[in-house]
Design a protein around this ligand. Structure first.
Ligand code: TRP
Length: 329
C-alpha cells in the first residue's frame, strides 16, 4: 500500500487540519509506504512572495515533524526538489481535457477572486497535483472532501493515459479523513474551521498559546439550552463534543455522559484544557525544530532523494510509452 499526500506550505495549520489531515498522515506511516510532499510549486500559482515561500515551507516541515511525521518512517520532501513532478505535469497535459480543467470549482473560485493575473499555473494546478500522485504510482490519497474533484480528475487522467499509451499508471483512490471535515469554526458552527473561509476568533491554530486557546473556547458560540449533548440546534456544543472526543480519543457518548451535569462554561474550559494538552508538546517541539534550518533542509533533501528513486522509473516508463526521447532514455 503506497500513500501520497500534498500539503500547502503554510505554518498556520489549525485544529481541523491536525485532527483531520495531519493525524491521518501520521497514522499512514504505519499502514504502508507513505510519501508526504510540501507543495511549494502549487503555491506559485497565486500571488506570493519568494522569501516568504521558503520560510513557510520550513514552517510547515517543522510543524509536521513536531506533530509526528518521522522522516525516517515516511518519505517527506519538498515538491520543487523533485523535477519529475514538473516533467510529468507537462506530459499528462496531453491526456487532460481543457474542458475538464475549466470546470474545476477551485480554479473558478480562485480565478474569480484574483485581481491582477489569473495565471496559466492556476489553470494547470490540478494536472500538477495529478503528477504528484501518479509519479509514485500511489494507491491512496488522504485529503479533504474539498479535493474530491481534483482526485476524480487525476483518476480520469491516469485512466486516459493507460487507455491511450498502454497500462503504465496506477489509478489512485481518495481517502477522506473521518474527523477533520467535521471540525467547525467556534464562532460559526455551520462553517468548517478554515484559514480562508472561517473567522479568526473561531479558528484555533496548532501553535497557539494556551491563554489564547482558552479565550477562543470560552467565547465559542453555543445555544440557549444547558445540556452538553449533540442535537438539532446544538451545532456549537456538538462541535465542542467532537473536538473533545477527537483530542482525547474518547467516543461522543462517553463525553456526553461525563459532562451530563456540567455547565456550558465548565465544559468549554475542559475542552480548552484537553486541546492545550494535545497541542502543547507540538508547540514545544516546533520551537526546538524550527530554528535549526540546516537539519530541516537535510531531512527534506534525504526525502527528495528517496522520492526521486521512485519517481524516476515512472517517468522513464511514461516517456517510453509516449515516444518522447530516444529509445531507452
Ligand atoms: N491541492 C491540495 C490541497 O490544497 C494539495 C495537494 C497538492 C495535494 N498536490 C497534492 C493533495 C497531491 C494530495 C495529493 O490540499
Amino acid at each position: 500500500m503506497r500513500i501520497f499526500s500534498g500539503i500547502q506550505p503554510t505554518g498556520r495549520k489549525h485544529l481541523g487540519n491536525l485532527l483531520g489531515a495531519i493525524d491521518q498522515y501520521v497514522a499512514g506511516q504505519d499502514r504502508g509506504e507513505a510519501l508526504y510532499c510540501i507543495v511549494d510549486l502549487h503555491a506559485t500559482t497565486v500571488p506570493y512572495d519568494p522569501v516568504e515561500l521558503r520560510e513557510r515551507t520550513l514552517d510547515t516541515a517543522a510543524l509536521l515533524i513536531a506533530a509526528g511525521l518521522d522522516p525516517e518512517r515516511c518519505i517527506f520532501f519538498r515538491q520543487g526538489d523533485v523535477r519529475e513532478h514538473t516533467e510529468l505535469c507537462w506530459l499528462l497535459c496531453s491526456v487532460t481535457a481543457w474542458g475538464d480543467l475549466n470546470r474545476m470549482h477551485q480554479f473558478k473560485e480562485k480565478a474569480g477572486s484574483e485581481r491582477d493575473l489569473v495565471s496559466a499555473g492556476l489553470f494547470l494546478y490540478p494536472v500538477l497535483q495529478a503528477a504528484d500522485v501518479l509519479a509514485y504510482r500511489a494507491d491512496e490519497v488522504p485529503v479533504g472532501d474539498d479535493q474530491r474533484q481534483h482526485i476524480e480528475l487525476m483518476r480520469d487522467i491516469a485512466e486516459r493515459f493507460n487507455a491511450r499509451f498502454g497500462e503504465t499508471l496506477v489509478v489512485p483512490e481518495h481517502r477522506i479523513p473521518a474527523i477533520g471535515a467535521r471540525i467547525m469554526d467556534l464562532q460559526h458552527p455551520d462553517r468548517k474551521m478554515s484559514t480562508t473561509g472561517g473567522s479568526e476568533q473561531g479558528t484555533v491554530y496548532v501553535l497557539e498559546e494556551p491563554a489564547a486557546i482558552l479565550k477562543k473556547f470560552r467565547s465559542a458560540v453555543t445555544d440557549s439550552g444547558s445540556e452538553v449533548r449533540r442535537g438539532e440546534g446544538k451545532e456549537g456544543i456538538g462541535n465542542l463534543i467532537e473536538i473533545y472526543a477527537a483530542v482525547t480519543g474518547d467516543d461522543h457518548e462517553a463525553v456526553e455522559t461525563r459532562f451530563a451535569e456540567a455547565r456550558y462554561g465548565d465544559f468549554k474550559t475542559a475542552v480548552a484544557e484537553a486541546v492545550t494538552e494535545r497541542l502543547a508538546p507540538i508547540r514545544e517541539r516546533y520551537a526546538e525544530l524550527r530554528p535549526d534550518e540546516a537539519t530541516l533542509e537535510a531531512a527534506l533533501k534525504l526525502g527528495a532523494e528517496r522520492a526521486t528513486e521512485i519517481a524516476a522509473p515512472t517517468l522513464a516508463d511514461v516517456r517510453a510509452a509516449m515516444g518522447v526521447g530516444p529509445v531507452g532514455s
